[in-house]
Design a protein around this ligand. Structure first.
Ligand code: SF4
Length: 373
C-alpha cells in the first residue's frame, strides 16, 4: 500500500491547495450561513471558475475545485464582492469555527459566534487544524465533530469545555469568549509537535477548567422540513452548482446554512422534489462516504464515487470508499471501508482507511458480487 502524503494544513481561499484537477479554493461561511444572493453568486463562480460543483466539507465549509491558477486572483475578487472573503489571510486561517446550525438570528449562539469572529486577532498562533465548536443550542449537535474548544450548555447556562475533558468550566455570555481565548493561549504554550490537538494535552489542564458536565446530545438532523426551512442531503458532500442554484430559487429560500454532516439547510425554503439531492433520510448515500478519488486527487489509486454509489444499497451500516489510505472522507470507523491501492481495493471491516485490510486486491466487478450485509 502506498503511503499517503499528509499536508498538515487546510486550504483556504487565499491559500488554495493544488489537486489533481486544479486548485481547491475553500470558502468559510461566517456563522455557517450565506444569504441567498451570496449562495447563488457562489454557484455562478463554481460554473465560471471551477468544475461546476461545490464541495460541502466535514468542517461545514464550501469549496470550489478545478480552478486554474491564472483564475485564482479573479476568483478572489469575485468572492470579495460577494463578501465571502476575509480581507486578512491570517484571519481566514483562524476562523475554524463550527456552529450548531439551528440557531436563530441574534440568539446566544449567533452572539457568541460573532464575538469570537470579531476577536480572532486575539488568538495566539495555533496548529492549522485547531478549531472551535459553538454548540449552544438546547441540545448538543456537534459532539462527534472535530473541535478543540467547545462552548456548550446545560440546564443552568453556558459551559466551556476543552476537547477530551468530560466536563467543562461554567462561563457567562459576557465572559465566554474571554475564557475561550485564555484556554487557546494555555494550549499554545502547552502543545508539542507530537501533541497538536487539545485532547492530547488535556491531562495537564488545571481543575478550574473542569467540573460541569454539558447537557444532552440531540438526534442527528435528517433531510426534510425543519423549523427554519428544509434540509437537503448532498451525496459525498458534492453540491451540483447549477442544481443548487435552481433549488435555492425554486424553494424560495432566503439563506443557505451549511452543516458538517453533508446536509444543507435552506432557510425559509420549502421541501420540494430535488432529484439531485438526498431528500429521504433512509437513502443509503447518507451513510456512504467517498473522497473525490481519481482523477481529481493526485494521491488517488482508484476512482471512488461511482463504485460507492453502486455498492451503497448492498451495505448495511456505514460504507467508506477511499482513494488511498489517507481516508480524507472519513476519519472515524466504518462498517465497510474500501481503500484504493494500485487500481484495486483493499477491504477493511469495522475500521479506518489506514487499518490492516482483511482482503486485498479486489476489483470492482468482484466487489459488486460480494455480500456486505
Ligand atoms: S483519501 Fe482520497 S482525497 Fe484523500 S488523499 Fe487519498 S485519494 Fe486523495
Amino acid at each position: 500500500m502506498s503511503t499517503p502524503i499528509v499536508q498538515g494544513w487546510c486550504p483556504g481561499a487565499h491559500r488554495p491547495m493544488m489537486s489533481g484537477d486544479g486548485l481547491v479554493v475553500r470558502v468559510r461561511p461566517r456563522l455557517a450561513r450565506l444569504y441567498a444572493a451570496q449562495a447563488l453568486g457562489l454557484c455562478d463562480l463554481a460554473d465560471r471558475f471551477g468544475n461546476g460543483s461545490i464541495d460541502l466539507t466535514n468542517r461545514a465549509n464550501l469549496q470550489l475545485r478545478g480552478v486554474e491558477e491564472c483564475d485564482h486572483q479573479p476568483l478572489l475578487t469575485e468572492l470579495a464582492a460577494l463578501n465571502l472573503l476575509d480581507a486578512e489571510p491570517g484571519i481566514e486561517v483562524r476562523r475554524n469555527i463550527l456552529v450548531t446550525p439551528l440557531y436563530q438570528a441574534g440568539d446566544l449562539t449567533a452572539c457568541l459566534t460573532r464575538e469570537l469572529i470579531d476577536r480572532l486577532a486575539e488568538l495566539p498562533a495555533l496548529p492549522a487544524k485547531f478549531g472551535f465548536a459553538i454548540d449552544t443550542g438546547p441540545v448538543r449537535l456537534l459532539t462527534t465533530d472535530s473541535a478543540d474548544i467547545r462552548l456548550e450548555t446545560d440546564a443552568d447556562g453556558l459551559i466551556l469545555r476543552a476537547d477530551g475533558c468530560e466536563t467543562g468550566r461554567r462561563v457567562t455570555k459576557t465572559d465566554a469568549i474571554d475564557h475561550v481565548i485564555a484556554l487557546a493561549r494555555w494550549f499554545a504554550k502547552t502543545y508539542t509537535p507530537e501533541a497538536r490537538r487539545m485532547a492530547a494535552v488535556v491531562d495537564a489542564l488545571s481543575q478550574e477548567w473542569q467540573g460541569y458536565p454539558p447537557g444532552p446530545v440531540g438526534a442527528k438532523l435528517q433531510p426534510g422540513p425543519c423549523e427554519l426551512g428544509a434540509l437537503y442531503g448532498a451525496a459525498f458532500g458534492s453540491l451540483p452548482a447549477r442544481k443548487l442554484y435552481d433549488l435555492i430559487d425554486d424553494s424560495g429560500a432566503t439563506a443557505l446554512r451549511v452543516t458538517p454532516w453533508r446536509l444543507i439547510l435552506l432557510e425559509g425554503g420549502a421541501a420540494i422534489p430535488a432529484p439531485e439531492f438526498v431528500t429521504d433520510s433512509t437513502d443509503p448515500l447518507m451513510t456512504t462516504d467517498a473522497c473525490p478519488g481519481a482523477p481529481f486527487c493526485p494521491q488517488a489509486q482508484v476512482e471512488t464515487r461511482d463504485i460507492a454509489r453502486a455498492l451503497a444499497p448492498q451495505v448495511s451500516g456505514r460504507l467508506h470508499v477511499s482513494g488511498c489510505a489517507k481516508g480524507c472522507a472519513r476519519m472515524g470507523l466504518a462498517d465497510i471501508t474500501l481503500v484504493g491501492d494500485n487500481g484495486r481495493f483493499d477491504l477493511v471491516k469495522q475500521g479506518r482507511a489506514g487499518d490492516e485490510p482483511c482482503q486485498r486486491g479486489l476489483d470492482p466487478e468482484t466487489l459488486m458480487t460480494m455480500d456486505f450485509t
